[in-house]
Ligand binder design. Structure first.
Ligand SMILES: Nc1ncnc2c1ncn2[C@@H]1O[C@H](COP(=O)(O)OP(=O)(O)O)[C@@H](O)[C@H]1O
Ligand SMILES: [Mg+2]
Length: 362
């Protein structure tokens, strides 16, 4: 047994990424041995042996989330930040995107169709009746309805008229839902973002069956294609800097040449070789291993070694992103800049084969 600080990975049912990650970290260096995280007793304010933990599973295991917050408090660089991951959801993230200047579909938040357990009509005294006509007019048809804190394509509905919308809404139980305009796209992409700087843009065809979703080509070509890649890279970095995610994917639907961010709250994105394909897999393993080593080197014992997004960091000065953005766009003012990418991204466009698009399995 060595008492060197370690790099660990915490995961669930996924079978390919964790081992490849551990092997690659150990191949690249030996200062920080990598292993599967091993948990025995979790005691308040007692540090772990890990300089870095890559978390692929705490969204499904609340015990792990609490373990990771305690680990973070005692100096472990937990990736992704477990506090932020407990706090955000898709509606907030969409709202933040608007303020950061990243296009997103027009979106409304709907209260859950059924009341949460242990509530009654009095619990909703502050809520007026929904103005459905106004909502339908604003969002238009077709529209998407999906959970505000969901993933893995669960409870995602595409509706063409009010009747379909009401019928779908009836099925959603206690889920708080987003209701948003459907983007009729010419190109669709999923983009990994690792360490707030490495970006991989993957053409993706969500209308294909699962196993063929990465078997897609980018349709925009020439200068327009180059511009699109550059814009997406900027948006990916802006969103991830704003949110403070170290490991995330962003999906874009491209309409009239404009990439519109659809899904960018994926802190445990699918990285299975059988879904993303060998080349994307190799890229993620390499980028994640490099990031983990870099973070282990930077980690300071007993300090907060988490990444916090610009949204949280700017809150110290009370600055909200929209204000920062306006200030940035008005040159002579000397306001601090909020979200500009700090480093150029590495962009690789990949068309890939295999299989399904879902998050790491619980
Ligand atoms: N507003 C939208 N316009 C067009 N397609 C959408 C929209 N919202 C969702 N989709 C489609 O539905 C899929 C699942 O929705 P998404 O927001 O990615 O949810 P999840 O987090 O469950 O993956 C997306 O990959 C995309 O193909
Ligand atoms: Mg998605």
């Amino acid at each position: 047994m060595s008492n060197k600080p370690k790099i660990g990975i915490l995961f669930g049912q996924e079978n390919t990424f964790p081992q490849a990650f551990v092997d690659r970290v150990n191949e690249k260096q030996s200062t920080f041995p990598a292993e599967f995280v091993s948990i025995e007793q979790v005691e308040q304010s007692v540090p772990t042996d890990y300089a870095v933990i890559i978390d692929r599973i705490s969204q499904d295991v609340p015990f792990y989330k609490a373990f990771l917050k305690n680990a973070a408090l005692t100096g472990t660089a937990v990736i992704n930040n477990p506090f932020w991951w407990s706090a955000d959801e898709k509606f907030f993230n969409n709202a933040l995107a608007v303020q950061l200047g990243v296009p997103v579909p027009k979106t409304i938040l709907l209260p859950s169709k059924e009341r949460p357990d242990d509530t009654n009509h009095n619990s909703f005294r502050n809520l007026k009746h929904m103005n459905w006509d106004g909502i339908f007019k604003h969002i238009g048809f077709p529209a998407f309805m999906k959970p505000h804190a969901g993933g893995g394509w669960k409870s995602v509905y595409k509706v063409d008229n009010p009747e379909q919308m009401y019928k779908a809404y009836d099925e959603t139980g206690q889920l708080v839902m987003l209701y948003q305009e459907a983007i009729d796209f010419t190109d669709y992409f999923r983009c990994y973002c690792i360490g707030g700087k490495d970006v991989r843009i993957m053409p993706y065809e969500p209308r294909n069956p699962h196993h063929l979703r990465y078997a897609a080509d980018m349709k925009t070509t020439g200068d327009a294609g180059k511009k699109l890649l550059k814009t997406m890279t900027e948006y990916v970095l802006t969103l991830n800097h704003g949110l403070g995610y170290d490991f995330n994917t962003v999906e874009f639907a491209v309409r009239d040449g404009i990439p519109i961010a659809i899904d960018f709250c994926n802190p445990a994105p699918d990285a299975d070789v059988n879904s993303v394909g060998q080349e994307n897999f190799d890229w993620v393993v390499e980028a994640a291993a490099s990031m983990a080593i870099e973070r282990a080197k930077k980690a300071q014992k007993g300090k907060d070694n988490l990444t916090w997004g610009t949204f949280v960091r700017n809150s110290i000065t009370g600055e909200i992103p929209a204000v920062a953005k306006v200030a940035k766009e008005t040159p002579p003012e000397k306001e601090p800049k909020a979200t500009k990418p700090e480093k150029a991204a590495k962009v690789e466009v990949k068309e890939e084969k295999p299989k399904k698009s879902k998050k790491a399995k619980a």
